[in-house]
Design a protein around this ligand. Structure first.
Ligand SMILES: *Cc1c(COP(=O)(O)O)cnc(C)c1O
Length: 224
């Protein structure tokens, strides 16, 4: 036994319950991708998951991701790294270079900065728009009512084509209404990707149409 032997069995449990939720809720097998959220976890704790074949990971801070992932990517070139935390405009250059998916496009100025950097680097991370489904003043994300206009601005002004939506429901509310709202918005905008659901509620998110669930503590344990 080493200190990180718990990760692979916990990963297997989460993968199994995702497959079971797909079956239970009539979703096609394999239609839900697991983003293993490895924020705050050291590379030694992430490596066993990679060695067990997992390839999709999420980080919430650009600087932390930069310190861990270039070396891991050298060993596992086919991994897919998602940014799931807020992106400051002064970190856009690093984020475009490092991430395969940026889930937190949440304001017009960021869309402009991303477009410039994508053109400069010739590297195009896939993009999701973060929606503030609870309209919480302290939380990032586009107000649900402004999603259609923001998507239009992304496409027509910035030449960006977001593939879907993500949300982080309020911590003190049942998440299902937020998942349903996000799914409805994505459907009416014709967007195929829905990132919603975390350790405590990913099964409900799968029931409501999640294509990506973001699971951290159920795989890697509690963060200190
Ligand atoms: C930390 C984090 C998660 C994972 O949360 P867990 O409850 O540990 O599964 C998912 N999404 C975002 C945006 C996060 O910051």
């Amino acid at each position: 036994m080493t200190a990180h032997d718990d990760v692979v069995p916990q990963l297997a449990i989460v993968r199994d319950s995702i497959r079971r939720a797909e079956q239970d809720f009539g979703r096609p097998a394999g239609s839900v991708a697991l983003v293993a959220v490895s924020k705050t976890m050291p590379a030694e704790r992430i490596r066993p998951a990679l060695e067990a074949g997992h390839r999709i990971f999420g980080e919430n801070r650009v600087q932390e991701a930069q310190s861990k992932w270039p070396a891991l990517r050298e060993a596992f070139p086919d991994l897919e790294l998602h940014l799931i935390g807020p992106l400051q405009t002064n970190k856009v250059k690093e984020a475009v270079a490092l991430f395969d998916v940026i889930q937190t496009l949440d304001r017009p100025s960021l869309a402009g900065a991303l477009r410039k950097e994508i053109e400069r680097q010739g590297r195009s991370p896939r993009l999701l728009v973060q929606v503030n489904t609870g309209a919480e003043p302290q939380k990032a994300g586009i107000d649900p009512r402004e999603v259609p206009a923001f998507l239009r601005e992304c496409r027509e002004v910035h030449g960006l084509a977001p593939e879907g939506l993500m949300c982080i429901p309020p911590i003190d509310a049942p998440p299902s209404a937020h998942f349903a709202l996000l799914a409805r918005l994505a459907r009416s905008e014709g967007l195929p990707v829905l990132s919603m659901g975390m350790s405590a509620d990913y099964e409900a998110a799968i029931q409501l149409g999640a294509t990506h669930v973001r699971v951290g503590s159920a795989i890697f344990g509690a963060r200190t």
